[in-house]
Design a protein around this ligand. Structure first.
Ligand SMILES: *[C@@H]1O[C@H](CO)[C@@H](O)[C@H](O)[C@H]1NC(C)=O
Ligand SMILES: *[C@@H]1O[C@H](CO)[C@@H](O)[C@H](O)[C@H]1NC(C)=O
Ligand SMILES: [Ca+2]
Length: 328
């Protein structure tokens, strides 16, 4: 045999071996880099009577795992009674069930809550499909992409802007302004993956920017944005403005860029709101204190002064329409 041909055959065998490297029925996987696991035989037909279990672990105790199903997903579809793939948030069958999947629609990505995920694949003795392929990786949250701003003006950009933002982002930006000031945030550019056909009551399922006039998840909610629906101009009255960006595992756009300016409210220099106004000291004169009526002169409106030594103001009638006013 020609030795070139022998070489090509040899390489061919190597490629076949490589292609089926992750083709095992089950195993323990410790993630070092993103990789794949598949049902046996994928993308060809899986064999009958399989029962495979995988345990995926992230090396760090506080790391989480992200899995994505390849869209080419195909398991016998009979309410998952016979063939199915099951994902559990834990190390074995006792972990919380995330989902039991079959049919031809690939499940949504899953993120573990701890550092392990359990995956089980079962097929019965007849009817099969192409199976599934799962890409697993360490879920990256983003303390690295989060930032706090305390300056009087600045620019906030999504990571990588104007290049496409990364997948699986979870970043928080906060602006802290001095007390009694307003923060004006203006978006110059905005584009996130759109969610054109959301089910009712849900929107921006894939990538989203959320804004709060206060701490994230706490203080008055401004809104949730995606696609080209820019937040425009936002004014914060609480002195704290928070933005969070979350992206899923596929399809990225260029993100956003926004500038902010802090406007300090002008108040008189010597103003202190704990100073008394004069209702006790007498600085407010008696004719500045008027009322709808008085019971008689010994129940006059001026008796509404704080710490007045005798009985207080009492109107002539016992009704909820009576009033008292302090004139400037
Ligand atoms: C921003 O400030 C908040 C509240 O003080 C804090 O919890 C958070 O860790 C800070 N984030 C960064 C990136 O410094
Ligand atoms: C902030 O963005 C708005 C909107 O694009 C723009 O009109 C304004 O000039 C920007 N302000 C600064 C200080 O860059
Ligand atoms: Ca996306």
């Amino acid at each position: 045999m020609h030795c070139g041909l022998v070489f090509i055959l040899f390489m061919g065998i190597l490629l076949v071996v490589k292609a089926f490297k992750n083709d095992k029925c089950g195993g323990n996987i410790r993630i070092s880099a993103a990789s794949y696991l598949t049902s046996p035989g994928y993308p060809m037909s899986y064999p009958p009577s399989q029962r495979c279990t995988w345990v995926i672990s992230a090396p760090g105790p506080h790391q989480r795992i992200l899995i994505n199903f390849n869209p080419h997903f195909d398991l016998e579809d009979r309410e998952c009674k016979y063939d199915y793939v099951e994902v559990r948030d834990g190390v074995d069958e006792s972990g919380q069930l995330v989902g039991k999947y079959c049919g031809k629609i690939a499940p949504s990505p899953v993120v573990s809550s701890g550092n392990q995920l359990f995956i089980k694949f079962v097929s019965d003795y007849e009817t099969h499909g192409a199976g599934f392929s799962i890409r697993y990786e360490i879920f990256k949250t983003g303390p690295e992409c989060s930032r706090n701003f305390t300056s009087n003006s600045g620019v906030i950009k999504s990571p990588g802007f104007p290049e496409k933002y990364p997948n699986n982002l979870d970043c928080t930006f906060m602006i802290f302004a001095p007390k009694m000031s307003e923060i004006i945030l203006e978006f110059e550019s905005f584009e996130l993956e759109p969610d054109p056909t959301p089910p009712s009551g849900v929107f921006c399922r894939y990538d989203r920017l959320e804004i709060w006039d206060g701490f994230p998840g706490v203080g008055p909610y401004v809104g949730r944005y995606c696609g080209q629906n820019t937040p425009g101009r936002i004014i914060s009255y609480t002195g704290i403005l928070a933005l969070t960006i979350n992206t899923d595992s596929a399809i990225a756009k260029e993100g956003f860029s926004a500038n902010f300016t802090v406007i300090e409210r002008t108040v008189p220099e010597d103003f202190d709101c704990s100073d008394p106004l004069g209702m006790e000291s007498g600085e407010i004169t008696s004719d500045q204190i008027i009322a709808s009526s008085q019971y008689n002169p010994s129940w006059s409106p001026e008796r509404s002064r704080l710490n007045y030594y005798e009985n207080a103001w009492t109107p002539a009638e016992d009704s909820n329409k009576e009033w008292i006013q302090v004139l400037p």
